[in-house]
Design a protein around this ligand. Structure first.
Ligand SMILES: Nc1ncnc2c1ncn2[C@@H]1O[C@H](COP(=O)(O)OP(=O)(O)OP(=O)(O)O)[C@@H](O)[C@H]1O
Length: 356
């Protein structure tokens, strides 16, 4: 397994890019540790597949270098990078049996038959297909075929990294959860460096130790699920992670006070003077209190979703969501308050550090 360094990578599909918008990847400059489980998360078109293909060698970046354990592999073709890749749709040999499909990557490398057998049997067990071992792949369902693709990606344990590009799209929802847990278990057991592309936050947060959030051709944050929740570095991370996402309200700063449409909210710290064009106040719905204290608010709707309820309200002319425990009542003359420790301040969409 390898440490992966992305050294000032930029990529444009068109020729002679000039403006930032000409780049599918604007600038990626990060190091991913050996044995880490990373999820690349972001909306459609943000550059996830582009970045994954640059790592695997299917695509040459327009600028920058990629290194495995410090060794420059930018000019190496995919087969020389020693990478396993699992795609969205099955890539298997229909005329081979399930067993032979799984054995193929090992036999190709000259692994002894006894070791092939041991490993293939483990993978058959993991994918829940041991009784299909001698069947031709042709007769299998789409999700069984995709499980074999996953198995082929996992069968070798001498690869630099395993890359997954939305691998569970064709798998039914119940099995999805099971396979994701198995991937996580395998990661713990063998310490593979894994990169997993998805646009589904649940998938990313349950699979990865570190989630790499991409937006508009950039990595906007790399963090643990808890870091993405508590301190989103960019307002996009706030919106995209969480359900409902973070409340983001336009504001002005006056010392240690946020002025939001005429209401003054104490921040508990004075953000430094910023020359930003746009200042915003961010707070997750879990830290918004609806009760008898605080600022005036208009309650628009209460959604009961089981263990808690989501209150949709209007504060200082802006829509705000709050998450409340099921047993709490919304009082008739409700007020709104914000937990000062959970307030994030954004200057031109980027988080301002306390004390920065
Ligand atoms: N072969 C290509 N030629 C030209 N433009 C491309 C090509 N592949 C991707 N793009 C563009 O590059 C940008 C990033 O695409 P990419 O496929 O990397 O995004 P993604 O985050 O993986 O999206 P999705 O989740 O839809 O797969 C998009 O604007 C896309 O239209």
């Amino acid at each position: 397994m390898a440490r992966i360094t992305l050294d000032h990578i930029r990529h444009a599909y068109g020729i002679r890019p000039s403006a930032p918008n000409d780049y599918a990847l604007r600038e990626v400059n990060h190091e991913w540790s050996d044995g880490g489980a990373y999820a690349l998360l972001g909306p459609s078109g943000c550059g996830k597949t582009t970045l994954l293909n640059i790592i695997s060698g299917l695509l040459q970046p327009s600028e920058g270098r990629i290194l495995f354990d410090g060794e420059d592999v930018t000019d190496l073709p995919p087969e020389a990078r020693n990478i396993a890749q699992v795609f969205q749709f099955p890539v298997i040999y229909d005329t081979m049996t399930v067993y032979d499909n799984l054995a193929f990557p090992l036999r190709n490398r000259g692994v002894a038959e006894a070791a092939v057998k041991r490993r293939v049997e483990e993978i058959l067990e993991m994918t829940g297909l041991p009784d299909r071992a001698n069947r031709k792949a042709r007769g299998l369902t789409a999700d069984q075929k995709q499980k074999i693709s996953l198995g082929r990606g996992l069968v070798r344990n001498d690869v630099n990294a395993i890359l997954f590009d939305e691998p569970l799209t064709v798998i039914d929802p119940h099995m999805k959860w099971q396979l994701r847990s198995q991937l996580k278990k395998l990661h713990r057991q063998f310490g593979f460096t894994m990169v997993y592309v998805t646009h589904d936050q649940t998938e990313a947060l349950t699979f990865a130790d570190k989630v790499v959030v991409m937006y508009d051709g950039q990595i906007v944050q790399i963090g643990t699920p808890a870091e993405l929740f508590v301190t989103p570095r960019h307002t996009f991370v706030g919106y995209f992670i969480g359900s409902p996402g973070m409340n983001v309200l336009p504001m002005q700063i006056d010392g240690a006070t946020a002025v939001i449409g005429g209401e003054r909210v104490d921040l508990g710290f004075a953000p430094p003077n910023k020359t930003a064009a746009k200042m915003e106040f961010g707070i997750r719905p879990e830290f918004v209190r609806i009760g008898r204290e605080g600022h005036p608010v208009r309650i628009d709707k209460v959604e009961d979703i089981g263990r808690h309820k989501i209150v949709r309200a209007t504060f200082a002319g802006q829509p705000v969501a709050a998450v409340m425990p099921e047993e709490n009542e919304v009082p008739a003359d409700a007020r709104i308050a914000f937990d000062p420790k959970a307030i994030n301040i954004y200057a031109d969409s980027w988080r301002v550090e306390r004390g920065a």
